[in-house]
Design a protein around this ligand. Structure first.
Ligand code: 4NP
Length: 150
């Protein structure tokens, strides 16, 4: 799960997917394409909205997306198109390109991007939580169908 700062959207996406996926089958991490907040915990507004829904993301720490993530993960899900382009700019071959998608592509009828809530109020975080939750459910459903063993 990748966003810009790895303190608002992708930590929520990591927490949500970890909550609803089988940890024996799905390994989830998050990262940011920018390095502004490396080592920091998620934004308190993300911690708070996750906590409202029973998910503790407070122990996550920000890291930057690195090229080796292309080898370590099967799927790299970008929160918005700018994140997508930043990730793609680091891809070295077709196999890497194929791993990168927009998270919201999992819900074809909705918006393409998870809006950046950083400069808004806390209402933006509720919207982000709901969007990301639904996309994560759809992602798992797709993987279950494709792989039959998740
Ligand atoms: P995120 O939000 O990409 O969802 O973590 C942001 C966090 C920090 C900044 C921008 C977006 N920033 O400019 O510091």
């Amino acid at each position: 799960m990748v966003c810009l700062g790895n303190i608002c959207r992708s930590p929520l996406a990591e927490g949500i997917l970890k909550e609803i996926a089988d940890p024996e089958r799905v390994i989830v991490q998050s990262a940011g394409t920018a390095g502004y907040h490396i080592g920091n915990p998620p934004d308190p507004r993300s911690v708070s909205i996750a906590s409202k829904y029973g998910i503790d993301i407070s122990t996550q720490r920000c890291r930057k997306f690195v090229s080796s993530d292309f080898e370590d993960f099967d799927l790299i899900l970008a929160m918005d198109k700018s994140n997508y382009r930043n990730i793609i700019s680091l891809a070295q071959d077709e196999r890497h390109y194929q791993k990168v998608r927009l998270l919201m592509e999992e819900l074809p009828d909705g918006p393409d991007e998870v809006p950046d809530p950083y400069y808004g109020g806390k209402d933006g975080f509720e919207e982000v939580y709901q969007m990301v939750y639904r996309a994560c459910e759809a992602l798992l459903e797709r993987l279950r169908k494709e792989k039959q063993d998740l």
